[in-house]
Design a binder for this molecule. Structure first.
Ligand SMILES: [Zn+2]
Length: 207
């Protein structure tokens, strides 16, 4: 698997594209904004996008969804708990949303905790990690975890937005992320990549 990274939108969201290099099948994780630019990148790389995975329903992670879905026809996956945010994106996290008219959208598939999925010949494991939102997930593929806004390099996601819980996010990270091997790479929704081992030792919220 190869991972393409694009930084999109006004608050620099990381959109990742997991690519099966043999088949050019791909999964887009968090098309946060600039959907047309993401779609152009997909076209340029000649990828066949099989799915769009949403780590959580904040609009800085879903504002490019319409364009990417229209360009690829890929199925949208997210948690049931955060799914209502797709249909009501103005209230999701409105200060980052620049669009006035938004189509009502719904996921095609719901993630469930502990679920293992094979998409585009790549294997993914879903971890429910509530705390930043009620329905946030982290998604593991091999030795990489796409962790949305649950954990960042030496920080954690904010918990002061609707549905957030400081106790829940710490519990999620301690029970779902820290048990993974130190070498596992964490790819957050904002900012630089890190590893489980680094965060175990250096993240001030986890000491
Ligand atoms: Zn968020």
């Amino acid at each position: 698997m190869k991972i393409l990274q694009m930084v999109v939108g006004p608050i620099s969201t990381n959109c990742y594209i997991a690519v099966n290099e043999k088949t050019k099948e791909a999964v887009v994780i968090d098309p946060g904004d600039e959907g047309q630019r993401i779609a152009d990148e997909i076209k340029k790389a000649n990828l066949k996008v099989e799915a769009i995975f949403i780590t959580h329903g904040h609009s800085d992670h879903i504002s490019g969804l319409e364009e990417v879905e229209a360009a690829t026809g890929a199925k949208i996956y997210m948690s049931k708990e955060d799914a209502p945010r797709l249909g009501n994106r103005q209230s999701a996290f409105s200060y980052t949303s620049r669009k006035k008219e938004q189509t009502i959208m719904a996921p095609n598939e719901f993630f469930s905790d502990g679920e293992e999925l094979t998409v585009g010949g790549m294997n993914f494991k879903i971890f429910a990690t509530p705390g930043h939102t009620v329905g946030g997930v982290c998604i593991q593929c091999g030795d990489v975890v796409f962790c949305g806004d649950t954990v960042f390099a030496e920080s954690i996601g904010r918990t002061d937005l609707p549905g957030g819980s400081y106790d829940a996010i710490l519990k999620s990270i301690k029970e779902k992320i820290l048990p993974l091997d130190d070498k596992v790479k964490l790819l957050p929704g904002h900012g630089p990549a890190t590893t489980v081992g680094w965060e175990r030792r250096r993240n001030p919220f986890l000491q």
